[in-house]
Design a protein around this ligand. Structure first.
Ligand SMILES: *Cc1c(COP(=O)(O)O)cnc(C)c1O
Length: 368
């Protein structure tokens, strides 16, 4: 081979580090021969999906010889009604990651800049580099977005700012005053992507709803997902809500059938299952308390979280702790790739899973 196919790739792609997903349960079972494995690594809903969503997905299987409705008419109508927005403001994605990528593809060119925070969701630099645009990472404050510094970082070349509220992997959030002050400072030509993947979980009274700001800020795009509280991560459905012109642009670049038939059906049914959403929320709130108390009892410093996970400091290199937990059959997420080598992130599971995680962690740390 005389060609270097890495060198032939687009500039940004050469520098891109692939996303590191949580370890799949089957992989650990294969590698260590452990059967009783719990995964608290990918912020999935420990209660699973809504039964109504499952039934809808099963019924939809009868139709899978057909292409899906590429426009997602029915799901969009349901979302528009539930969210109080126009159907023309919506773009559906194969997960909200797809929506984030569509934004980058449509609005970022080589030489353009995309601003995001240190310790923010790893997909932001990834989609930016995939378009050979320049990622501009702004120093965080106590692991949280420093919105004033992010506003300062906007230049003539900035086209997109990515905000995660709450942020993954830190679980930190910003309030309505901070968001409004930020939006007021951003020029209209700069798109602000407000990633609200964990929106439904947050209970803080000053937590801002991005949708309520769309009318005032035509440069705002709100991204949400069915992967988290709705428990449909495996089906891949998310959506963006934006000004109709922006939604039009994003709909131009997406693949014509980017959301599949069972996913469309399940998502629509999930929206209506208010009980499942409420149960998932209260299970999570209890789980966060259980984890916070358990970690405190182990004298581990944690980053206060309003999402469905918590990041904690292992008091040293987290990698051996992560690996020892794997041997106990517990999968969590190491954060070295985020520049947080001392931290692990654990998803709030059922009371039983949390207990098992805390017991395993206590054992592993005691063994050090
Ligand atoms: C999980 C998550 C998403 C959603 O991912 P999907 O592609 O919808 O599964 C988006 N943003 C953040 C910050 C997340 O943690």
């Amino acid at each position: 081979m005389t060609c270097d196919y890495i060198q032939l790739a687009n500039d940004g792609v050469q520098r891109l580090r692939p996303y590191q997903p949580g370890k799949p349960i089957e992989e650990l079972q294969r590698e260590l021969g452990i059967h009783d494995v719990i995964k608290l690594a990918s912020n999935e809903n420990p209660l699973g999906p809504s039964h109504r969503a499952l039934d809808a997905a099963r019924h939809a299987l009868d139709q899978i010889h057909l292409y899906p409705d590429g426009a997602g008419y029915s799901l969009k109508a349901a979302l528009a009604e539930r969210l109080g927005v126009g159907a023309d403001q919506l773009v559906l994605g194969n997960g909200s990651n797809d929506v984030l990528e569509l934004i980058a593809r449509a609005y970022l060119q080589p030489g353009d800049e995309a601003v995001y925070s240190e310790y923010a969701f790893a997909i932001y630099p990834l989609v930016t580099l995939a378009c050979s645009a320049r990622p501009v990472e702004v120093e965080s404050h106590l692991f949280a977005h420093d919105l004033a510094a992010m506003a300062e970082a906007i230049t003539e070349r900035t086209r997109v700012v990515f905000l995660a509220n709450p942020n993954n992997p830190t679980g930190t959030w910003f309030n309505d005053h901070a968001l409004d002050a930020f939006l007021a400072r951003v020029p209209e030509r700069v798109l602000v992507v407000l990633d609200e993947a964990y929106f439904e979980y947050v209970e803080e009274s000053h937590y801002p709803d991005g949708l309520r700001r769309l009318a005032r800020y035509p440069n705002l795009i709100v991204a949400r997902t069915f992967s988290k509280i709705h428990g449909l991560a495996g089906l891949r459905v998310g959506y963006g809500v934006a000004h109709p012109q922006v939604a039009d642009v994003l709909n131009r670049v997406r693949q014509p059938f980017n959301v599949n038939i069972p996913a469309l059906a399940a998502a629509e049914a999930a929206l209506d299952d208010v009980d499942h959403i409420e149960n998932s929320k209260s299970e999570n709130t209890a789980g966060l308390v259980q984890l916070a108390e358990g970690l405190a009892a182990l004298n581990l410093e944690q980053i206060p979280s309003v999402a469905n996970f918590v990041a904690f400091d292992c008091g040293g290199d987290a990698q051996p702790v992560y690996e020892a937990l794997l041997r106990e059959g517990v999968i969590v997420r190491p954060l070295g790739g985020y520049g947080m080598p001392r931290h692990l992130r654990v998803t709030a599971g059922t009371a039983r899973d949390n207990e098992r995680f805390l017991a395993a962690l206590g054992k592993v740390l005691g063994d050090r």
